[in-house]
Design a protein around this ligand. Structure first.
Ligand code: UDP
Length: 243
């Protein structure tokens, strides 16, 4: 079968790449010096985009769209355009930190609850000696805070900005400000800081392998049930689109 570079899932593009290739692309973005947006697409993103034209456009314009969530791999296979790998945002963040430490890139961690970005930076620094942290800040996606946060990031001059405001806010925020931030790579990372800092527990490996990470999250964070209705909705939309 011919390997496609990009797969479309209900109109949302997803890059069909391995982790190695994703890291190589990110490195090339940094070396170019121009601004790039990275998104980690999961089924919730795809469902949200169906009724949010702005978010849909942001996903279409992203420079790199990583396939996060087992549901995307199922959908791609079902639609006859399989994806080669699932690239969970949290794993990519860890690999980005390792790349940054090796290449001397500066990282800025924005978002999550008070203290979580800091704890994440510390953890990543322990895992990657020599890692350069340009800054950490919780802040919020509230427009009233935008100017202050943009100034903070511009002054810190990181190569990589990781934003944990949850989707779609984090991705809309990055898209709105990408031209002014002065960073070559900005990426929305969802709950990645919560996992890396140890605030939230990642599903055991066997659950990840069986595509059950969503069930683990539901058991540990039951208030997510309403948001998780997006999963059966996603399945239904994919099945209907093939018909
Ligand atoms: N978050 C935040 N400010 C907000 C909304 C969310 O800092 O206004 C943070 C939240 O603390 C968490 C992260 O965004 O660390 C991701 O949230 P969630 O787990 O809901 O996102 P998902 O991984 O499901 O996209």
């Amino acid at each position: 079968m011919v390997k496609r570079d990009r797969v479309m899932i209900l109109g949302v593009p997803v890059d069909n790449i391995t982790g190695e290739e994703a890291l190589a692309r990110i490195e090339a973005f940094i070396e170019s010096g121009r601004p790039h947006q990275v998104v980690t697409v999961n089924p919730e993103f795809v469902v949200a985009a169906q009724s949010d034209a702005n978010f849909f456009q942001v996903l279409k314009e992203a420079d790199l769209s990583l396939p996060d969530g087992a549901g995307l791999l199922w959908a791609a296979r079902f639609l006859g355009t399989p994806l080669s790998a699932r690239l969970a945002g949290v794993d990519i963040v860890r690999r980005i930190a390792s790349l940054a430490a090796r290449r001397g890139y500066w990282l800025f961690l924005l978002g999550a609850a008070e203290g979580v970005a800091e704890a994440t930076a510390m953890r990543l620094g322990e895992e990657n000696p020599g890692l350069k942290i340009a800054g950490t800040y919780a802040g919020s996606p509230d427009p009233k805070e935008e100017e202050e946060i943009i100034e903070m990031i511009r002054a810190a001059r990181p190569h990589l900005l990781l934003v944990a405001y949850g989707a779609p806010q984090q991705d809309l925020w990055i898209h709105r400000h990408l031209g002014r931030l002065g960073v070559p790579v900005a990426m929305g990372v969802g709950g990645a800081f919560d996992f890396i800092s140890g605030k939230a527990k990642r599903a055991p490996r066997w659950m990840q392998r069986w595509g059950l990470e969503w069930l683990h999250r539901l058991l540990h964070e039951p208030w997510r049930w309403r948001r998780m209705l997006a999963l059966p909705k996603f399945a239904w939309l994919v099945i209907r689109s093939r018909r």
